[in-house]
Structures are given as C-alpha cells and as structure tokens.
Design a protein around this ligand. Structure first.
Ligand code: NAG
Ligand code: NAG
Length: 287
C-alpha cells in the first residue's frame, strides 16, 4: 500500500530531491547550506516578460533579508490590470529550504500568475534551524503590513481588495498562521478574502493512519517530517506545539473569534500528512 507508482522521470526527480535533501541535513542538527545551494539553483527577476509575466524584487527588511518577488502578468488592458487579484505566496521546503528566487518556485509562481491572471507576491522569509519559530510567521506578517502601508508607493497594478494568502507545504502552514494573525487586525488597503493551502504542513504527536500508510512515499517520510518540526519548533517543544497541531490541546487561538477567510484546501492522495490537513479543514468548517 505504501509504494506509489509514478512515471519514471518523476520518480527519479523525487529520489534525487530526497537524497540531496538528506545529504544536507547534518547529524548535529544543522543544515549544510553550501551543499544545498549547489542544487537549489536561483534566478534573477526579469523586467522583460518571460512566459507572459514580468518580475521584480523589493526589499522589506535588509537586516532579516526579508524581501519579495512580484509577478505581474503582461496584460494590455489597463482596466483589467487594476482588477487583478493579488496572491501573497509562501514557498514550501519544511521551513528550512528554498527561497523566493529558487528556480522551482520562480517557474511555479510565474505559471500561477499567467494562468490565473493574478499578481503574485512571493515572500522570502528566514529559514530554520538558523531561525526558528516564530521568525517565519513574523516575516510573513511583516510582509503583509509592508504591502498594506506601501501599496500605492509600490504602484502594484492590482486590486488590493482582492487579496489571497497562499502556500504549499510549510508555506501552507505559514499562510494559515499569517491569516489568523491578519484576522485580528484591520488593514487600510489590503482585504484578505481567501486562503489557498496546498498540502499544508500540519502535524502532532499522534500518528495518523496515513502517517504509516504513506510513510515511504517519495520525498516525505515520517523521519523527514519529524526532523523538520525539530528544526523549526522551539527547543524542548513537541509536535503538539500550536504551530504544528493547530487544533490540538495546546492551541489557544479560538479561530471562531477570528475573522478567518474562506479556504481552499488541496490535499494529495499519497501524502502522509493528508489526515492532518483534512482535520484542520473540517475543524474550520465546524466552527
Ligand atoms: C555542525 O557540524 C558542522 C560540520 O561538521 C560544523 O561546521 C558546525 O559548526 C556544527 N554546528 C554545531 C552547532 O555543532
Ligand atoms: C527589521 O527586522 C528587525 C528584526 O526582526 C526588527 O527589529 C526591525 O524593527 C525591522 N525593521 C523594520 C523597518 O521593520
């Protein structure tokens, strides 16, 4: 049951990613950044449109290397431009890997921008284990505040009333927590109307059926997810920490009291985390 039949090319790609990521994790709980940077290829922004989308980078806070890459679809009609939705995107990588300039995420965000005809703001946040919880959430929220306060100055060609928070894997977790915090405040420009969580990274001490059933699926293994949580969560905490187990007994945010946006959740059939993802979604619906 645990083995997944994948096309050969995809299988090789996943296996390569698995072994390279594994090689970057040192036994003393640090990440070999130099090694990871060798295969995590980066790309620069391009003013001239590529695949129908132009990009530019903006620094938010240089002391924390917080910045974002803006993806603007190349549209001819000015009226349409002003009505484009904005997707504030957080990349995945277990809070420990990748950046907003990683080629894999540049390709993905460019495609999202072109196919959805949306402006994408891809946030470059600090990484674990050098920076643990809550640095990533703080960065996400700081990016949101920066956009709100500087929206006109940045001359973003989009409708600030149509904002979505989105992310995959750890980025989905980040988008969730930033949404909760955003719901407690009123912004002057941005209106967050939706959350798009793509296989968001949630967890807990309990092992779900899917944890075991798909624990040998490519890329993610139980050993890997446990390692990511250990790198990210504060020393001495377990996986029932509210950052991981959002509706567990240690979680103190009553989401029914929060202005939480409508949520689109995408889960993967062979994802060992799917039960955690469904659970968080169903709990949201019940409230
Ligand atoms: C972990 O190991 C690496 C490589 O052996 C070393 O450079 C680094 O200083 C170590 N870090 C800690 C916190 O022990
Ligand atoms: C930049 O980040 C640092 C560290 O989190 C913070 O102390 C500082 O206030 C931030 N700067 C601005 C302009 O927000």
């Amino acid at each position: 049951m645990s083995s997944v039949k994948l096309p050969l090319k995809l299988h090789l790609l996943f296996s390569l990613d698995y072994f390279l990521t594994k090689a970057c994790r040192r036994s003393n709980g640090t990440v070999n950044r130099r090694l990871h940077n060798l295969f995590d290829l980066k790309t620069s922004p391009s003013k001239t449109p590529r695949k129908g989308v132009s990009t530019s980078d903006t620094i938010i806070n240089s002391s924390t290397n917080l910045w974002f890459r803006l993806y603007t679809p190349h549209s001819t009609n000015n009226e349409e431009k002003r009505n484009l939705p904005i997707i504030i995107y957080f990349h995945g990588g277990g809070f420990a890997f990748f950046s907003a300039s990683s080629i894999v995420y540049d390709i993905w965000c460019r495609r999202l921008s072109n196919e959805l005809q949306a402006v994408i703001v891809s946030v470059n946040y600090r990484l674990a284990p050098e920076h643990k919880f809550p640095s990533q959430y703080e960065d996400g929220f700081e990016a949101l505040k920066f956009l709100d306060e500087n929206f006109d100055r940045l001359s973003i060609n989009a409708n600030s009333g149509l904002c979505f928070l989105a992310g995959d894997s750890a980025g989905g977790n980040l988008a969730h927590h930033v949404s909760v915090k955003a719901g407690e405040l009123t912004f002057s420009k941005l209106k967050i109307i939706g959350l798009i969580a793509i296989q968001p990274f949630f967890g807990g001490e309990e092992r779900t059926e899917a944890d075991f059933l798909h624990s040998k699926a490519p890329i993610m293994t139980l050993h890997f997810t446990d390692w990511y949580w250990k790198m990210f969560l504060p020393d001495g905490s377990d996986r029932d920490h509210p950052a991981a187990n959002v509706f567990g007994h240690k979680s103190c945010t009553d989401i029914s009291q929060v202005e939480f946006p409508e949520t689109l959740l995408l889960t993967g059939g062979f994802d060992m985390l799917k039960n955690w993802q469904r659970r968080s979604f169903l709990d949201t619906l019940c409230l």
